[in-house]
Design a protein around this ligand. Sequence first.
Ligand code: 3PY
Ligand code: ZN
Length: 631
Amino acid sequence: PFLENVVKHEKFLSGEYDTSFIDHTPELFLFPKRKDRGTKMLAYIGNVTVNGFPGIDKSEKPDFGKPRIPKVNLLEEPPAGTKQILDERGADGLKEWVKEQDDVLVTDTTFRDAHQSLLATRVRTVDLKNIADASARMQNDLFSFEMWGGATFDVAYRFLKEDPWMRLLTLREKIPNVMFQMLLRASNAVGYKNYPDNVIQEFVKRSAYAGIDVFRIFDSLNWVEGMETAITAVRDSGKVAEAAICYTGDILDPTRTKYDTDYYKSLAKELENQGAHILAIKDMAGLLKPEAAYRLISELKDTVDLPIHLHTHDTSGNGIFQYARAIEAGVDIVDTALGSMSGLTSQPSASSLAYAMKGNTRQLKLDVDHSETLSHYWEDVRKYYAPFESGMNSPHSEIYKHEMPGGQYSNLQQQAKAVGLGARWEEVKEMYARVNQMFGDIVKVTPSSKVVGDMALFMVQNDLDEQSVIEKGYSIDFPDSVIELFSGYLGQPHGGFPEDLQKVILKGKEPITVRPGELMEPVDFDKLKEELFHELGRPVTSFDALAHALYPKVFKEFTDTAAQFGDVSVVDTPTFFYGMKLNEEIEVEIETGKTLILKLVSIGEARADGTRVLYFDLNGQQREIVIKDES
Ligand code: 3PY
Ligand code: ZN
């Protein structure tokens, strides 16, 4: 436990320690109460075996077989890649290097947006870790792995009961050669509301330190003022500030004048002036039609002197066509996913795009054979997450009408099910488009998209339409997120809020028009750590304090689960979701070199008090675990 405390200590992790570290760090001698990790693990497994996993219909554990992990030589270091270029030349040097490339560079989103968009963000660290050695060696020519941020942070704590910082540290250790990229929601960090400036600064500093190289920063209303703090913090940390324009509307439609090419050009110029190293076009819903991509990228190339990184979602099925036209127009970097995790609400397939570009002057910087081999692993692993699939199995051109971000589709569908609207999903989607118009046609991306989604669910549930919202508005208790948006707490939309709607939502309260961060008290991190230290009875890292500052309730629930069940991130995914079958034997590596061998021997009858006794073999010794049967 002492060594564990040392390696987990933030001074040790940050490299800010010297020979007096041990003498001056008394908390290193604070050992957690002697916990029996084996018993806690059995309690977790016993509980899922008897009661199932939330959100998954309880069923016998399917037989998934072993996923295909390509063999690589671990004795050989992964070949040098973009991470080394960044470390040697700095962010400006990296930017120049990108500009010099003739090939189209590729970001692989399999570790983040692909599963956020296809599998409700549920992919667990253990499944990323198991393929990381191979990915480092077989995808060494990527521009970056997008592997963190967006919804992954919150979902890790909330649903997977694992620590996202550990995900970052674990993958960084295994993939030292390719840049790591995250999605940062500017002043909303990885949350759904604005935070005080010092939370954003601290978050960027710690993420950079823990392994993030490229920060894609966007504001959910394209409000540049809301992006300044984050861009500056990234620049100060020496990392790559990739400032994003969120694409909405349709520049090809002369009747949709609100978001025209000039609007995007002036945004791009502002972001360049803010100090962006790279400009991202974030087509979060996949609305950028191929010809629009060609025109937009061509115009932006003439407007700014920055590399351009294009991100889309393939919901309409037009993703490859879009990228091909963008490549002709000179785009520098595109986002793709490995074949088996691509398409539909996810990114276009890397290998399909590479084949589609054969014979063109510009080629993708990508090893197609390696991508295909790695795709087999994800084909196998994706099956574990089948209960979180959205059910969409063909391209949906209706996306051009409802404009729902790919990353939101499967998540909002889960939300709809949770409030009993699963069967009315078609109505919810249609209402989503109507709410957008009601809100004045806003940019829809987290968190503004979540507000539109919340309002759509609310209106379907309460049988409301545009007219009744205005007429009965004063007596309606609007969802909190809607009140926050219209109060100005997510920033200012292009063109302002519709006034009549704002009045009924705010019911006399004055909205703000300044940057919300200006009005918020900074978080006192030292005090917070001290409080958490007493509450949790264990050493508290800056990572913990940040998680608490972002989502106090979710973090508290996470620490409660960890106290009850230990670190559940180490258990394999089928067991995590389904528990164990009778007489099944599994192995769980609870730390490097320390493995538990578990067998479920029998499950007792339910007793009068509603409990059951489960008998396990744990490393050859019999253990009894009492589980409350919730059925
Ligand atoms: C996120 O913010 O999580 C997104 O993926 C937005 O597209
Ligand atoms: Zn996306």
